[in-house]
Design a protein around this ligand. Sequence first.
Ligand code: ATP
Ligand code: MG
Length: 429
Amino acid sequence: MMKSTSETSHEPLSPVVLPRSGHSISRKKIDEDTLKVLYRLHRSGHKAYLVGGGVRDLLLDRTPKDFDVGTDATPSQIKKLFRNCFLIGRRFRLAHIRFGRDRLVEVATFRRQARPDDLPENPEDHFFFAENIFGTPQEDAFRRDFTINALFYDIGSFSIIDYVGGLEDLAERRLRVIGDPLVRFTEDPVRMLRALEFSARLGFSLDEATREGIYVRAPLIAEAAPPRIREEIMELFRHKVAATVLRDAQAMGLLPHLLAGFEGDRETFDLLARVDARTADGHPIEEHFALAALYLARFRRACPPESDITVSDVVRIAGLVLSPHCGYFHIAHGTRHQARELLVGFFRLCRGRGNRGERRFLQHPMTPQSLDLFSLWAEFSGEKRELAAAWREALTRITEGTEKPRSTSRRRRPRRNTRREPSPRPSDS
Ligand code: ATP
Ligand code: MG
């Protein structure tokens, strides 16, 4: 019988066990290095499970991003078993087993959630402690976020072990928090964003209590550590679900607490949907591109191309528009600079052709990306499509060398008595 996920993990439960004949995970789908690690742990008398997203994705017939291993061997026992093992992490002790130059398998000892009496007196040590208490497989399943992320594949029996009702939720295509969402979202508010992310990635519905929990606990996300939010937001872009998730976040009242001051307007969501489609087409998404897309609508309102605003004003406004986000998330200067250049490039493209400094602007390394942004915007807005096509043609002519780039064909001498063109690198001016 399926156990309710609201039961606490204190008393032992018997899990649902699906034997090899009852599921579709074949060892052929598991990468070789991971199998080696699983087998060696198992041969040495330890429990060795494939855990987390890998099991979920294999059961859904999707290609897992990576495979994680869970075991009852302690980090030092793991280290003794593998010559190529490195223990990493101060807060969360993990074993990395390296293969070749750039392959690695992550192995974690089963953990459980800390109970109040586990915690040391000094509150500053709580976080470190809370994530490092070893536990049983059952406890390890219950500390995880969603039922579908808490399934185990046991290399000893080739069976799936389910303590939390994850198999049923997979079959129903439902995303459900393990335990009480109000409690689990208070413990870690980032789980609210992850809930929306997985539901969008997998096309799963949110179970009712999980949805309610997000409505109620939404303000808490403002307290999450900025680096974690920054990383999760980039995950949304990498998984091509930025538009869907941010739109859901807005509908559920999460967005204003997630990105303070961010305006989730129709134009932004339409643009993000195009950005996701561009990533799906095989363009790797970089953070500066994501930032420029997030703040393009606001920038456009601040800098209408028809106005007689100067390029140096545009540079300043682009910087101001990006500044609260970049400051809060400690975005590196280089990334900020590139995001600003994209916005300024967008302005120059939008303003039309034939302006001073056009040739050098076309040769600038950021211009192709500005043009991507401009073309995406032109596509959904229906505006300036011909202009986008004309710019594309001009850029192709320059890059294919039909028009010889002047600045690289010979060294330019400074011209006397003529006004220099304004700098083509907008944000350098
Ligand atoms: P993917 O790697 O495909 O994005 P994943 O499920 O592997 O998905 P990770 O972020 O790699 O997600 O995390 C690995 C596992 O760790 C998850 O499947 C989940 O069981 C657990 N986990 C991750 N983040 C949390 C969290 N905030 N709270 C509880 N458990 C978590
Ligand atoms: Mg993962």
